[in-house]
Design a protein around this ligand. Structure first.
Ligand code: PLP
Length: 456
């Protein structure tokens, strides 16, 4: 080993030592060192801008930076034991809670005999998981393809729609969000994330979300000039846009339009699926089945990253039967460890009626937030959402940020929509207790009172 390598090994030994040490046993000076080093590391090796957006490190933070180190149930814990009620829920990852013991057990057991797959032999968990997905998704959704991240799943959905329909155009939604890979951000509807990369995938028309007539016109106009549309892609409830619920009947009307024109309908249920809005899939609320559905976030049980798409057999066209890897062949997609996590997640969700929990707890939380809106009409403009996918819209970004900070200092974690805090989201784990929901509402009231006082 060179001297430089020896130094790296020595440093990594120290970090591995920290990983293996109970946080209570890490000495205070070592914890301070970790905070200092993390700030430097983020600034110098991750991105200097990163820290600016973290409430946990902003200049006026009373206790300085909070390093996250442990999590359990509905809580995230800082290195010094700071306990946060997690109302951000990793933007929908933690529906089954943090480090759910049943899901952890399955992952541990799988890890004891195999982590990743050979890439040649048949990996049975992929098949079992795909079968389970066909059973818990609506209509005739059946064929699964597993990926590692949400954007990657969306890429697969976009490609599948082209090969299956022969169409080339996509209709997507203004303010929609599907991830940040080239295809996903091309169908995305937020200018900030597109402008630096234009021109993007070209054959896309963005229309207003919630307006089925706009979808019809876009398709009809393209068809009239000799173009062929591959797919309409939308989130049944827009998440990053600030939890926008479309009018009742919208999804079924878009389904009718797609059927009329032979266009594939893609629902991106990455955030709103897996029980979050009170039904296993949001589209079930209207009894609508898409041709392709993307899933992710909570799918790995808050333990491991796994995402994917499921489609009707019609979409899995002969070219894909001949060469199943024509669509994609991600090295890690559908690996046994992640499949074990997803299998345990589905089991846990069904056995414990997680969608039902999201529905009833969401109704309570939403009512409480609506009451706060009544009490603070000068601060809160709107409360929206279904199940435990809720949002509060404030009169402006600064006010939203001040309330989110107020909540953070009272140990409630929430988040704005990407870098905007005009709307903050509440997506706590379904297993959040009644007591914690009440605590969240009390602390939110205090934060609102504080913001009102500073404005006066
Ligand atoms: C609806 C939706 N689709 C896709 C994505 C992208 O997922 P990922 O960040 O895992 O790429 C997100 C992430 O927030 C999302 O909310």
């Amino acid at each position: 080993m060179t001297n430089e390598d020896k130094q790296v090994v020595c440093e990594l030994d120290r970090i591995l030592g920290l990983i293996k040490t109970n946080s209570a046993d890490i000495p205070a000076d070592e914890k301070r060192r970790m905070v200092e080093e993390t700030l430097v590391n983020f600034d110098e090796y991750v991105s200097p801008g990163w820290l600016k957006y973290r409430k946990s490190v902003s200049d006026d933070s009373e206790e300085g930076a909070v390093l996250e180190w442990e999590d359990e149930g509905a809580y995230c814990y800082g290195l010094n034991g700071e306990e946060f009620i997690d109302c951000l829920g990793g933007f929908g990852i933690y529906t089954c809670g943090h480090r759910n013991p049943e899901i952890m057990d399955a992952v541990r057991a799988q890890l004891e005999h195999q982590a990743l797959h050979s890439q040649e032999l048949l990996d049975p968990l992929r098949g079992y998981l795909a079968h389970a997905m066909a059973e818990i998704t609506p209509g005739d959704l059946q064929m699964c393809f597993f990926t590692n991240g949400g954007a990657e799943a969306v890429e697969m959905a976009l490609k599948l729609a082209r090969i299956a329909t022969g169409g080339r155009w996509y209709i997507s939604m203004v303010n929609g969000f599907h991830g940040k890979s080239m295809g996903a951000i091309s169908v995305g509807g937020k200018n900030t994330y597109r402008v630096p990369y234009t021109p993007m995938v070209q054959q896309i028309q963005h229309v207003e979300f919630g307006d089925a007539g706009a979808v019809r016109s876009a398709i009809a106009n393209l068809v009239a000039v000799g173009e062929k549309v591959a797919a309409v892609i939308l989130e049944p409830i827009q998440g990053e846009a600030g939890v926008i619920v479309p009018p009742k009947g919208y999804l079924s009307e878009v389904r009718r339009i797609c059927d009329e024109y032979g266009v594939a309908l893609i629902f991106d249920e990455i955030q709103c699926g897996m029980g979050r809005t009170g039904t296993m899939w949001r589209c079930e609320d209207e009894g609508v089945t898409p041709d392709i559905m993307c899933f992710g976030k909570a799918f790995g049980g808050g333990i491991l990253p796994i995402t994917g798409i499921i489609c009707t057999p019609r979409m899995w066209v002969p070219e894909l039967v001949d060469n199943p890897w024509l669509l994609g062949s991600p090295t890690f997609g559908g690996n046994p460890l992640c499949c074990a996590a997803a299998i345990a997640t589905i089991r846990y969700m069904l056995a414990n009626d997680i969608p039902g929990m999201c529905k009833s707890k969401g109704a309570f939380l939403k009512r409480g937030l609506m009451d706060l809106k009544e009490a603070y009409p000068d601060i809160i403009d709107d409360v929206r959402g279904e199940g435990l996918m809720l949002s509060v819209e404030f009169v402006d970004h600064e006010t939203g940020y001040a309330v989110a900070r107020g909540l953070f200092s009272r140990r409630v974690m929430t988040a704005g929509t990407l870098v905007n805090a005009k709307t903050i989201r509440f997506e706590p784990p379904a297993i959040i207790s009644q007591q914690d929901m009440e605590a969240v509402l009390v602390r939110m009231g205090e934060a609102l009172e504080e913001v009102r006082a500073t404005r006066a």
